[in-house]
Design a protein around this ligand. Structure first.
Ligand code: 0PR
Length: 362
């Protein structure tokens, strides 16, 4: 145990991390997690209660995303959720040499998707606000396109694509629309400004929404939700010797801890509690913006959610200098900028400490 703790002590605590989309789990999430440590949803006939809980959580998330009929499961994270969303689209369409059209701003998990699923990945350019350009998406669609993708909360800038327009396009072209709301799914519903991004839009067929990001659940807890359960059938394989006859998940053995912890947080905080957390993160994002502007930095876009980037030619050097001081920030390449994610652990005190060290560097 001593050996383990020595290694663990080398990790950088979240109080010095301004680059992560994960955070310290909510205390109720940890308690819930501990009760489910031995559960395996890969064999739901054994873990019947945990499976029932997963169904309840999916209904809860479905309700949040404006669709009581939503079907899906809690997975290892946004990567698996995106894989499964596209895999369902590919299997349903069953076209040879299929392709998907994604925004240039899409998360790198789509690189893996192209490789694993053998679908061609077509990247549509962005407009001046870093949202996907609808005309570019339309221009890339052809008879082999099985799905288009929109991002509700881009990894780098927290921008939201025009999902309503993508939805119209998906309906018109009779193809699927997968929305990657891995981060934004548990932010946007709780913001004062509303952005259409969920199943309320008829063209949306699947949504990635990760409780282990803004849902403050324990890792791993990702989410994939489909418009209805017919999509899950496109993912099924037979499981002859299990307590159930088929499996639609990507992994076999999978933990129930993420289900329990995500459920516990949402149930305990409720809609109003989540709203408060999001409000605080947005307020702290404003604090960072004010501090950075006072130092002469300009935001790449006015932050929509609790992700913000500041133009900086020396972003890489500054990141390295900060890392030597045990601060973790991130950078983006286009445009060259410093990136912050203002998660619940990035409170006013963390910001104050950070800015004080940041000033020394710049
Ligand atoms: N989709 C979007 C929009 C994402 O931002 C991410 C991850 C994913 C999908 C993939 O999710 P998983 O990593 O759960 O498979 N976004 C962060 C990123 O790659 C994840 C992250 C979290 C990175 C914590 C660093 C970190 O410390 O930047």
């Amino acid at each position: 145990m001593q050996e383990l703790l020595e290694y663990r002590s080398k990790d950088i605590p979240y109080s010095r991390v301004l680059s992560s989309m994960c955070t310290i789990p909510h205390p109720i999430a940890i308690e819930a997690h501990n009760h489910f440590i031995e559960t395996n949803l890969g064999d739901p006939g054994i873990f019947r209660g945990t499976k029932e809980l997963e169904c309840k959580l999916i209904s809860m998330l479905g309700e949040l995303l404006n669709n009581e009929k939503a079907a899906g499961y809690i997975c290892s994270g946004g990567t698996e959720a995106n894989i499964q969303g596209i895999r369902a689209a590919r299997n349903i369409k069953a076209i040879k040499n299929s392709n998907i059209v994604i925004p240039k701003s899409a998360h790198f998990s789509f690189e893996k998707i192209g490789d694993i699923l053998c679908v061609e990945i077509r990247r549509a350019k962005l407009d001046e606000e870093y949202k996907v350009d609808i005309t570019a998406v339309e221009g890339l669609i052809d008879e082999n396109t099985v799905a288009i993708v929109g991002i509700a909360g881009t990894t780098e800038l927290g921008q939201i694509d025009p999902i309503d327009e993508l939805s119209k396009l998906a309906i018109e072209k009779n193809i699927m629309l997968h929305v990657d709301a891995a981060f934004g799914g548990l932010v946007i519903p709780f913001m004062d400004n509303q952005y259409p991004f969920d199943f309320k839009l008829d063209g949306v067929s699947s949504i990635t929404i990760d409780p282990h990001k803004m849902g403050m659940a324990t890792i791993p807890s990702g989410g994939i939700l489909f418009r209805d359960k017919s999509y899950l059938r496109a993912l099924e394989v037979e499981t002859p010797y299990l307590t159930v006859k088929a499996q639609y998940t990507l992994t076999g053995t999978r933990p129930g801890t993420g289900v329990a912890s995500a459920y516990a947080v949402l149930k305990t905080l409720g809609f109003e509690g989540m709203k408060k957390i999001v409000k605080t993160c947005l307020k702290n994002t404003k604090v960072i913006v004010e501090e950075m502007e006072a130092l002469g930095f300009e935001a790449v876009i006015e932050p929509i959610m609790n992700v913000v980037c500041f133009k900086c030619e020396e972003a890489e050097r500054i990141k390295e200098e900060l890392y030597k001081m045990r601060w973790v920030i991130s950078t983006i390449r286009e445009p060259k900028a410093i990136r912050f994610v203002i998660m619940p652990h990035v409170n006013e005190e963390v910001i104050k400490n950070f800015i004080s060290d940041f000033r020394k560097i710049v």
